[in-house]
Ligand binder design. Structure first.
Ligand SMILES: C[S@@+](CC[C@H](N)C(=O)[O-])C[C@H]1O[C@@H](n2cnc3c(N)ncnc32)[C@H](O)[C@@H]1O
Ligand code: SF4
Ligand code: SF4
Length: 363
């Protein structure tokens, strides 16, 4: 029997490839602003996509502004307002490097969930070296703590989350990061395994990768192997902490998958299937749509509607390729359901704040 094609559940707008950091894990920052600014979708283009998506999907999808650094787009708040006016719940990622002047605006905006990247808590050098710019640790930390303080003072609905990549140098930071989240009443934390740097590329220069016949680079395999033993212990501790109520967004399924992966990365290809072809819909800064961020686009939003692209020939072919794909980026967060926790957290937070506002008479 043929599979029934569901509608996508996770929509990402990579609104720009531009970025001010120089992360060693990512090459989006190599994008030259003057090469791309005139090619990026306009505010009206994005608004049209938002309203097409809303008409097609209703309200029941997870939505996130990402990039590059989304706050480099001057119209990000206008887009968030527009999405909100359509009933879409808005999340955003940020490296927090230049949002200090935007704190109040973020709090007053309809963004429900802000995921700030932070790769260490005890040792700032680990974070700064991974991000390629001194001072980025300080800025991420300031954003997390100041936004949390402002959010609480203003009884705003903003969910503040931490997004952490796990790599050999920061394994010992993982548990302290969770403790930091709990101690400071941050909404939650989401861990993501370091993936091949080639997967995180600017779309202006690289439309897609050759995923067929992919071989993990030796250097990356060595990194995984060096951290494997300790990571299995750390993940066991994460599972215990999650059971005890610490706000770790990774699902138990994903945490167990991490253990399988660190025992033998190749086992994960049999144990976890990659679902992005039937769940994900990512639009790049130039309007190209991908189901898998590594594969070539399946259409462009300026030429066809989101639904036509989803059901079109190219999407069908891409979906088939995802089913036989042998890449390890299936371990990334976009292939696991926990991302929805962001929305739920924010939703419960909103209920709590609504109660506070009623009790204090502040509306
Ligand atoms: C591409 S960034 C875009 C948003 C924003 N610029 C930021 O860094 O938060 C999205 C997330 O991917 C993570 N990331 C970057 N390179 C990665 C890699 N090689 N493997 C896994 N995650 C990576 C970043 O740390 C960030 O949390
Ligand atoms: S991970 Fe984010 S902050 Fe780092 S270079 Fe890539 S887009 Fe920029
Ligand atoms: S594992 Fe999934 S996300 Fe990675 S390239 Fe294959 S289909 Fe795409």
């Amino acid at each position: 029997m043929a599979d029934i094609l569901e509608k996508p559940q996770q929509i990402t707008f990579d609104v720009t490839d531009r970025c001010q950091l120089r992360c060693v894990t990512c090459s989006k920052w190599k994008t030259v602003a003057s090469d791309v600014i005139s090619k990026e979708l306009s505010t009206d283009d994005w608004k049209k996509v938002l309203s097409d998506l809303r008409n097609w999907l209703g309200e029941g999808f997870w939505f996130c502004f990402s990039g590059g650094e989304p706050f480099l787009r001057q119209d990000i708040f206008e887009l968030a307002e527009y999405a909100h006016s359509l009933g879409i719940h808005v999340a955003s990622m940020s490296n927090a490097f230049s949002i200090q002047h935007l704190y109040e605006k973020i709090i007053d905006s309809p963004i429900e969930s802000l995921n700030i990247s932070l790769n260490a808590i005890n040792n700032p050098i680990i974070h700064d070296e991974s991000r390629g710019r001194e001072g980025s640790y300080e800025k991420s930390l300031d954003a997390i703590l100041t936004l949390k303080k402002l959010r609480d003072e203003k009884h705003s609905n903003l969910g503040i989350n931490i997004a952490t990549i796990v790599f050999p140098e920061n394994v010992e930071e993982v548990i302290p990061l969770v403790e930091f989240v709990t101690k400071n009443k941050i909404n939650g934390i989401m861990f993501q395994l370091l993936d091949d740097k080639e997967s995180f590329h600017g779309y202006n220069y690289q439309k897609g990768c050759n995923t067929v016949g992919y071989k993990m680079p030796k250097e990356l395999r060595v990194k995984y192997s060096n951290m494997a033993k300790r990571m299995i212990e750390v993940v066991d501790r994460l599972i215990e902490m999650k059971r005890a109520g610490h706000s770790i967004y990774n699902s138990y399924e994903q945490l167990e998958a991490m253990k399988i992966f660190f025992n033998n990365p190749d086992d994960i290809l049999k144990e976890i299937k990659c679902d992005v072809g039937s769940t994900n819909y990512a639009i790049d800064p130039y309007g190209d749509v991908r189901l898998c961020f590594n594969m070539h686009p399946v259409g462009n939003i300026k030429e066809n509607s989101p639904e036509e692209i989803w059901t079109g020939e190219k999407a069908i072919k891409c979906r088939q390729m995802t089913k036989t794909c042998k890449m390890y980026c299936r371990m990334l967060n976009c292939n696991f359901k926990h991302n929805f926790a962001n929305f739920n957290k924010s939703f419960f937070h909103k209920l709590k704040n609504k109660a506070v506002k009623i009790l204090t008479g502040k509306f």
